[in-house]
Design a protein around this ligand. Structure first.
Ligand code: HPA
Length: 266
């Protein structure tokens, strides 16, 4: 019902609008939305969209074209840690799906474990570990809830993003992210544990959205911007202020890769 109500608002503001690619912009990564030629609708006008928000996010839905591709951009997300709801982004993603998107690209900030993917760099997600143990599909009554996540991060889409990064001479190594529920950062012991399990980075979002994206049948990819080495692995003092201040370095590279990808997706 809420999804219908949000669709109605969109229909009133932008009759007949459709989109092919959905983007979720993470902390400090929102500036890409400013480049979209189209209309913006504040989340506060959209039932079921995140209403409070986290500093560093821009809570609006932007619909239009970017590099010629019809896009729907979520300028901010709700995280599990805000209200304890792992399915917080279900309505926005259902709305994007109803607008016609086939591809979802999520972005987020993360703490890296990898010396070869230091702060200021991008990491293309190859897979995830749901360290939180939470599910955005609890309560879904249909058999569609049994989502296959074998290839959650689409191989072709990853190859296309890597090709664009290579052409731009922007390093885009693949890595595996673990979902940390937050909002507190991790202890060094937790980072060591995750390293043993094979993770390359930790983040507080994206994983539930990719699960929902697969649930909705979307082709998914995700790019993390490394804002810091994870706890115990670097010298910087980890904080949200640091995340917001560091994100723009990687955000610039992220914008270049996404724009190059979109210029061919139109
Ligand atoms: N851990 C979890 N999430 C993050 C981090 C981190 O170190 N940095 C930015 N987002």
């Amino acid at each position: 019902m809420t999804t219908e109500a949000a669709r109605k608002v969109i229909h009133e503001r932008a009759p007949g609008v459709t989109a092919r690619v959905g983007l979720i912009l993470g902390s400090g990564l929102g500036s890409l939305a400013d480049l979209v030629d189209g209309i913006a609708i504040d989340y506060s006008d959209l039932p079921g969209f995140p209403q409070a928000g986290v500093s560093g996010h821009t809570p609006r839905l932007v619909l239009g074209t970017l590099e010629g591709a019809p896009v729907a951009v979520l300028g901010g997300r709700e995280h599990y840690y805000e209200h304890g709801r792992a399915d917080a982004m279900r309505v926005p993603l259902e709305v994007l799906s109803a607008l016609g998107i086939e591809t979802l690209i999520a972005t987020n900030a993360c703490g890296s474990f990898r010396a070869d993917i230091p702060p200021g760099n991008l990491m293309l997600l190859s897979d995830h570990i749901n360290y939180s143990g939470l599910s955005p599909l609890i309560g879904e009554p249909t058999d569609r809830r049994f989502v296959n996540l074998t290839e959650a991060y689409d191989l072709e889409l990853r190859a296309a993003l890597k090709r664009e990064a290579q052409t731009l001479d922007i390093p885009l190594l693949e890595g595996l992210i673990a979902w940390w529920p937050g909002p507190m950062f991790e202890t060094p012991a937790e980072i060591r544990a995750q390293k043993l399990l094979g993770a390359d980075a930790l983040g507080m979002s994206t994983v539930p959205e990719v699960i929902l994206g697969r649930f909705l049948g979307l082709r998914c990819a995700a790019i993390s911007v490394v804002t810091n080495m994870a706890a115990g692995l670097g010298n910087e003092v980890i904080s949200h202020e640091h995340t917001k201040a560091s994100a723009p370095v990687g955000a610039e590279k992220l914008a270049q890769v996404l724009r190059a990808y979109l210029s061919k997706a139109g």
